[in-house]
Design a binder for this molecule. Structure first.
Ligand code: HEC
Ligand code: HEC
Length: 327
């Protein structure tokens, strides 16, 4: 059996809506591992303190953890939306079926179709800065990049390196195909019932005294049109396993797809790969990406993503993509 997680760890940062879950923490049962899958339970910060790693290494890993759960401290520098890394990688990046980040540490360097070259861990982290955080990554080799990479590696402690990625239990946001085509109209109704309580009717989430309690799902402060989670199947997998917060796997596969089709049909900051023409951009990255998004498609008389808005950034086409080329 896979160890049970307490939802308590996830609920700590949120306001009273989930305080019941804190008083009565319910245990999450995860799907059974499939034959041959590698199961890893990442270590915690307490394990770090108790370990015999050098105090200086502990300090850097702790800093990486701090950046991961409070990435808003880099707001305006590397982050231009309301996200923390842990907004999508729940449980401090440790939770299975919420893209636990240790997997990247043991599968990279590897070839990535999205940017068509071999990526190392820093470049993979940079990718989430450019798209998911609608930001611009810290420099390769900088203190912050080193700290984040160290935290990823720490969570992978004990896992053999160069694991075949598809055998890692709980990696990514896996989900089956829906029975019928996803319906954004049905998703809109489901959204008001299951999600609007926290993420608000208009998808803008909730801030209390300037601090994000519930992150927005669309609009200027959300992930951009190039983010992995803007693909419908990826968001569907995220929702199925992780939302509503505290009720994992309570929504059916079909409901999760319907919700994803609705949410990923709302406007958000421009894809940083934008060529100046949304249809052209869609076409250029169709096979490796946009075939799974609704970017550049018509919705209620408008082409989705047909704007020059980059959200909270005050510059239009920033050099946010930092490919690390190999010659
Ligand atoms: C808006 C949601 C979101 C945010 C915020 C986000 N990510 Fe991600 N991240 C994703 C998605 C989606 C994937 C790809 C999952 C998949 O399809 O396997 C991913 C993948 C990753 C991976 C690779 C995991 C693997 O299995 O290989 C790493 C590492 C990672 N993210 C790190 C970060 C870091 C560091 C931050 C903060 C700087 C961050 N992410 C912020 C959504 C997000
Ligand atoms: C009880 C409050 C609550 C409910 C209900 C809820 N969420 Fe969330 N959601 C959160 C919190 C909090 C986070 C950020 C997690 C963190 O920081 O630990 C989040 C994160 C997310 C994210 C990733 C970050 C982002 O903003 O893009 C998505 C997508 C999401 N929720 C979708 C949904 C959907 C769809 C529903 C309805 C099925 C839903 N949520 C219901 C509280 C909630």
């Amino acid at each position: 059996m896979f160890p049970k997680y307490s939802i308590l760890v996830l609920a700590l940062s949120t306001v009273s809506v989930v305080s019941q879950a804190q008083e009565n923490p319910w245990q999450v049962t995860f799907p059974e591992p499939k034959e041959g899958q590698y199961v890893h339970t990442p270590p915690t910060l307490e394990d770090l303190e108790a370990s015999n790693l050098h105090p200086e290494l502990k300090r850097v890993i702790r800093r990486g953890h701090d950046l991961f759960v409070n990435t808003q401290q880099l707001r305006g520098e590397n982050v231009f939306n309301d996200m923390n890394c842990s907004s999508c990688h729940l449980g401090e990046g440790r939770l299975p079926f919420a893209t636990p980040i240790w997997a990247a540490a043991v599968t990279l360097p590897d070839y990535r179709p999205k940017n068509d070259h071999v990526n190392n861990l820093e470049e993979r982290i940079a990718g989430c800065f450019s798209y998911s955080m609608n930001g611009t990554p810290p420099e390769y080799g900088s203190d912050n990049m080193l700290a984040l990479a160290a935290y990823h590696n720490w969570l992978a402690k004990g896992v053999p390196i160069y694991q075949p990625g598809n055998t890692l239990y709980g990696r990514g946001y896996p989900i089956e195909k829906p029975e019928r085509e996803a319906s954004w109209e049905k998703g809109a109704d489901l959204y008001q019932v299951h999600c609007s309580l926290c993420h608000a009717e208009d998808g803008q989430g909730l801030k209390v005294r300037g601090e994000v309690q519930f992150p927005p799902l669309w609009g200027d402060d959300s992930y951009n049109w190039g983010a992995g989670i803007s693909r419908v199947f990826t968001l569907a997998g995220f929702i199925h396993h992780n939302m509503p917060l505290g009720q994992p796997r309570s929504l059916s596969v079909q409901d999760s797809w319907d919700l994803a089709a609705y949410i990923n049909r709302q406007e958000r900051p421009q894809d940083p790969r934008y060529t100046g023409d949304v249809v052209e951009t869609r076409e250029k990255y169709l096979d490796t990406f946009h075939t799974h998004t609704q970017y550049g498609l018509e919705h209620q008389g408008q082409l989705l993503g047909d704007h020059e808005n980059t959200g909270g950034k005050d510059f239009l086409k920033p050099e946010v993509l930092k490919p690390r080329t190999y010659r």
